[in-house]
Design a protein around this ligand. Sequence first.
Ligand code: ATP
Ligand code: MG
Length: 451
Amino acid sequence: MVQKINDMMPISPQAEKVLRTLNEAGYRAYLVGGCVRDALLGTEPKDYDITTSALPEETKQAFTGFHVVDTGLKHGTVTVVLDHTPIEVTTFRADQEYLDHRHPSSVVFTRSLEEDLARRDLTINAMAWHPGEGLIDLFGGESDLSSGIIRCVGDPDERFREDALRILRALRFASRLDFRIEPETEAALLRNAGLLEAISAERIASELNGILLGRGPGEILVRYVEVLGIPIPELLPMKDFEQHNPHHHLDVLRHTAAVVDAVPAEKDLRLAALFHDIGKPSCFTQDENGTGHFYGHAKISRNITTKVMRRLKYDNATREQVEKLVMYHDLDTEGREVLIRRWMRRLSPELFARLLFLKRADILGQHPDYRDGLKVLDETRNIMERLLADHVCLTMQDLAVTGADLIAAGVPRGPIVGILLDKLLDRVAEGRLENRKDTLIDWVKENYHED
Ligand code: ATP
Ligand code: MG
């Protein structure tokens, strides 16, 4: 529901002060872009960007005595810091020619708000607001916002050729707001998808994260797999790949999309959902009844995950977390406490808990007749929570002995100490040995022989 903001722009006192100062100094200054869009949507803007006729030096002069940072003078941006809140102020710009599908060859400052708005990517991102003039909406942004439409400002082919990142931005905003992409913008985006080759890995990863964390990533994935398939060709074989299995009424891509939508909107889980079955097409077999199987697909999916996430330059911690979620997405606890304890010990209680989110979503993406697994998962979660509440020993830190204790009991220094600790923890975590120092030392004495 789009709101009227003329009288009630939820503007922060700091942004209000920057606007007032510039306007009183004789310049024109407007809120612009994301904050206007979000205000119209009734969500609180995460930051306030200001666009102004003042040149960077003029802005700095208007804020003499205040803390002002030269954020990107070349691009006309200075940051005014008021009460520790940074406000970006950018001079009206008109971009010049784009040579590499990403960076304008030069930026020219202009005294025209209209030109500045015209260079922006989407109609919903090209609105400005002024305390006296109200909403400035030259491209139908407000109407697109209320109809749920993603549309380029101007000729979409031209806009995507200028800057191919806009292709992914369009998908990201469509996913984030659960909007649909207007047909001409959509056609242009599909036609120009190849230009994404020019975009850096970091930018691709950041937009992919944005797409995945939106409200409607699944539909974007299914509908625009050819676009995402430029930077991630590994996604393409999933499209229309029938599973020939009673558990699955959806092909691999549609199933994946359903799992992405069903998992909580957190980066590791959404990425793991995206990749969890990506190895399926390469290990498909059919038995004599024609039923499809994908033996070993979790491991193949994990290997593909590694390759893709390295290529897109994800940080190691994120990649390793996603790899593990993908690798173990098919493990089965059967709701049995001993297996739950074993997997909590092997994966860590934290990772195991996250895995249950992925497994739940995975089941929700399967045929409705085969969702008994949900009950098993509920039981598993209950047992897990009880074990955690009881502070059951599942990690080395909780074990009642340390390496030093084993050495004191006669075990020689060296790798054997770690091996024995591991064996002890396995047994304690699975409830087969009591977590008491004397019990554990006795077990070691009985089971360790020097040969
Ligand atoms: P978010 O809430 O994700 O920050 P935003 O709209 O503020 O959304 P930014 O990436 O911060 O997005 O960009 C600020 C504004 O700059 C956008 O609203 C848009 O008007 C303009 N913009 C950003 N990137 C581009 C681009 N590649 N091409 C054209 N205009 C752009
Ligand atoms: Mg922003």
